[in-house]
Design a protein around this ligand. Structure first.
Ligand code: HEM
Length: 184
């Protein structure tokens, strides 16, 4: 009988299998975080906000907007932290997380993969900036305004506009992600 562990022959396939499993686990977490963040945003925009807008009196409506917004803000920023972390690890598994010949090479950014990665990173930066203005400036301002006042309505409309723009950036981001996963 031949011992499979003779001369540590088992080591190479075990390392390959382990690396593949970690890679799949990382992409799975990445996609789940994208679903949670984007799915939550679309749910709020398409289902939650239209229902909340019909709630009376304005004090209750504003309180509900504030509580749901604050809860989703925490979920959203945790999702983004997970997306950026697992995204960088994805780059490592794709062999792109090094300076010479990839991220630091002008030639790389002229390839299809380089263009798609640049589009994706630009979308990530835009999304984080718009999200920060929405979550930490515009949303809290709308929550502080006098419920039902013209000021509160204008501030809420502005917050809603920012959320819609971010949802569109999210769609562009997923389109870039799908392309990137297939080689750019
Ligand atoms: C710094 C930020 C990010 C980096 C560096 C990054 C990088 C990557 C890479 C390299 C892949 C390909 C994984 C593979 O199949 O080997 C990927 C897939 C993916 N990314 Fe990101 N990502 C980032 C942020 C995001 C964000 C914010 C979203 C949110 C929408 C997102 C959504 C996705 C999705 C849905 C896939 C899977 C695409 C598919 O398999 O068709 N990523 N990402």
């Amino acid at each position: 009988m031949v011992c499979r562990c003779q001369g540590n022959l088992w080591f190479v396939p075990a390392t390959i299998i382990l690396t593949a499993m970690l890679y799949y686990a990382n992409v799975t977490v990445h996609v789940l975080a994208a679903m949670l963040w984007l799915g939550g945003m679309f749910f709020l925009g398409i289902v939650g906000a239209p229902l909340l807008r019909a709630i009376e009196p304005p004090e209750l409506r504003q309180k509900l907007f504030q509580l749901i917004g604050e809860r989703f803000r925490a979920v959203g920023w945790w999702s983004i932290a997970v997306l950026v972390t697992t995204g960088v690890i994805n780059l490592h598994y794709r062999g792109l997380l090094h300076w010479s010949g990839a991220l630091g090479a002008a030639a790389f950014w002229r390839t299809g993969t380089g263009h798609t990665l640049a589009a994706k990173l630009a979308a990530v930066g835009t999304m984080i900036s718009i999200g920060a203005v929405h979550d930490f400036i515009q949303g809290p301002r709308a929550a502080r305004a006098v419920p039902g006042s013209p000021e509160a309505i204008v501030l809420r409309q502005r917050a809603a506009l920012l959320a819609r723009v971010n949802a569109i950036v999210g769609i562009v981001l997923v389109a870039a992600a799908v392309r990137l996963a297939r080689g750019g």
